[in-house]
Design a protein around this ligand. Structure first.
Ligand code: DQA
Length: 141
């Protein structure tokens, strides 16, 4: 895989989960959108989702070992997972943090990202297009 697109807790429920915040696009649709954007950019994309912090940390270790670029929506892990941050700090390939919503415009607890400082950059607030923009950024890095 040229790019891994990793998604944290509750993102598997896109489409039914708080559609006023996260939109009507389902997780399945998100996978198709990322795959087709990847094809257009000449990138082979694999999209995964987990509700499990340990599984996410293992995926990051794998990406670190294979130096695979990662697009990551850490979901709620964004705001508190030092384990995820420490795993991400071991990576050398590009890392882009993405969010569907704009956490800076929401509750106070969402204003802190413990992973932002170990990412190349963050794209937030553009709905599922945040992922497409991140794929473009990876293609140009
Ligand atoms: C999110 C924003 C987070 O604050 C939240 O916990 C999520 C989704 C987003 O994509 O907008 O689960 O990462």
């Amino acid at each position: 895989r040229d790019v891994l697109v990793l998604n944290g807790p509750n993102l598997g429920r896109l489409g039914t989960r708080e559609p006023d915040v996260y939109g009507a696009t389902t997780f399945k649709d998100l996978v198709l959108i990322c795959e087709s954007a990847g094809r257009e950019l000449g990138l082979s994309v694999e999209v995964r989702q987990t509700d499990d912090e340990a599984e996410m940390v293992r995926w990051i270790h794998g990406a670190a070992d294979s130096r695979t670029p990662v697009i990551l929506n850490p979901a709620a892990f964004t705001h508190y997972s030092y384990a995820l941050r420490d795993a991400l700090a071991q990576r050398t390939a590009p890392l882009i943090e993405v969010h569907i919503s704009n956490p800076a415009a929401r509750e106070e607890f969402r204003h802190t990202s413990v992973v932002a400082a170990v990412a190349n950059g963050t794209i937030a607030g553009f709905g599922v297009q945040s992922y497409v923009l991140a794929l473009r950024a990876i293609a140009e890095m």
